[in-house]
Design a protein around this ligand. Structure first.
Ligand code: SF4
Length: 415
């Protein structure tokens, strides 16, 4: 007779290596997630805090929890609205969360319990990922190439690895993530690790591969898929190598000027840390001198003299950020998902904004950047963009105005 245990379907848990090490650093954190966000609370949590036996928690809850705008949605019944830079009222004098210290971890709201983790469950696959809006996840993810290597565990059905079981998993709406999707995710990671092609060629290949997946709602032969990707790689590298660097720098500068640097730019700013980054970038690029040729020349000099030596020491950094975005959005590997394109394009746009501001900031400091400088730029940009989806949408809209498929402009913005 078959062993009943062996009949249980295998279940796969996917994560990146660095997630095994992640722990919130609490009061040591330079950019606590308990500051400047609007925190949604469900009805149960609101009742628990307002009716708490602890008088301090009860009082703070009554004074600070407001009715959510979408209060008829169970998960947004209440909110703690925090202005830019304003700390959560439940933080104690040592920067620790008093809900956690007084009522225990189980009393935390879903957002507070989960952030910065992004946990997604499909019927046979679970993803343990994180947003790089947290400085500690960004620091760990960028610490080495292997930090973003895939970690795939095969477990008996739904045995989430210890340490993650207590968090809330989002159940994927669409369950099209199949074994082929898993193989494709691994193929995408191999492409990102391929040292024979540059970042521009990688992003072009990923866009073309995703087009294939969107068209493949009737199924896809993985071996055929891999064969079809081979010539694309060579072609994308040739195109990337043929883009004149000065022309790309001019487009990058003009694009970012219109959307980020110009004080009248259409992307509304609300985060003081993003404002500081933009101010430094403007100074680093001599933006206020109003001399386009000089600004573009300064950008190119910062790229060559400061950024490129950094990159030769840490060549994996952009790949690690891309991998983190892919594993945070595994639904893009589901066949026939028309939203896959959008999700990938958004990841590439975020990368081009981070890269531009990182080079400009190096120009401002006048020294070769360190990994910690990249952690800062990644975290600040992620928080700025994650806070309101409209910000990235405006950026994406401007790209589409020039290039409907976005592939060419993305290549120019990433070079
Ligand atoms: S941002 Fe990250 S490290 Fe900082 S307090 Fe939040 S979870 Fe902890």
């Amino acid at each position: 007779m078959d062993n009943p245990v062996s009949q249980k379907p295998l279940f796969q848990t996917w994560s990146l290596n660095y997630m095994e090490e992640f722990k919130c650093i609490g009061s040591e954190c330079e950019d606590s997630c308990c500051v400047g966000w609007t925190i949604p609370l469900n009805k149960q949590v609101v009742k628990k805090y307002k009716g708490s036996g602890d008088p301090e928690i009860r009082e703070k809850a009554k004074n600070s929890i407001k009715k959510g705008k979408s209060f008829n949605r169970p998960d947004q019944f209440g909110v703690i609205p925090l202005a830019d830079g304003e700390p959560c009222p439940f933080l104690d004098g040592c920067g620790l969360c008093s809900i956690q210290t007084k009522l225990g971890e189980d009393a935390l709201s879903k957002t507070c319990n989960t952030f910065p983790r992004k946990l997604l469950a499909f019927p046979n696959n679970e993803f343990i990922a994180a947003t790089l809006a947290c400085p500690e996840t960004a620091r760990l993810c960028l610490s080495s190439k292997s930090a973003a290597d895939l970690n795939v565990r095969h477990l008996p059905r739904a045995e989430t690895p210890v340490g993650h079981a207590k968090y809330h998993f989002l159940v994927a709406k669409d369950s099209n993530f199949t074994d082929t999707s898993g193989q494709i995710l691994q193929a995408f990671f191999n492409l990102i690790d391929d040292e024979s092609i540059d970042l521009v060629a990688k992003s072009a290949c990923l866009s073309l591969f995703v087009e294939e997946l969107v068209k493949s709602d009737q199924g896809l032969d993985f071996i055929d898929f891999l064969r079809s990707t081979k010539p694309i790689k060579g072609l994308a590298q040739q195109v990337s190598g043929a883009i004149p660097e000065a022309q790309a720098a001019l487009l990058q500068y003009q694009f970012m000027k219109k959307l980020l640097l110009d004080p009248n730019h259409p992307i509304e700013l609300g985060k003081s840390k993003m404002l500081s980054l933009i101010y430094e970038s403007c100074r680093g690029l001599k933006y206020y001198d109003k001399d386009l040729a000089q600004s573009v020349g300064t950008f190119l000099a910062a790229k060559k003299d400061l950024y490129e030596p950094f990159l030769s020491k840490h060549p994996y950094v952009w790949g690690n950020i891309l991998k983190n975005d892919l594993i945070s959005n595994p639904e893009i590997m589901a066949l026939g998902n028309s939203e896959s394109r959008e999700v990938l394009e958004a990841a590439i746009s975020r990368l081009s904004i981070i890269k531009f501001l990182f080079i400009a900031q190096a120009g401002y400091k006048g020294t070769r950047p360190r990994l910690e400088d990249l952690v800062r730029v990644v975290t600040v940009v992620r928080r700025f963009l994650d806070h309101s989806s409209q910000r990235l949408e405006k950026f994406r809209g401007a790209i589409r105005e020039i290039d409907q498929s976005s592939t060419v402009v993305n290549a120019l913005l990433l070079l």
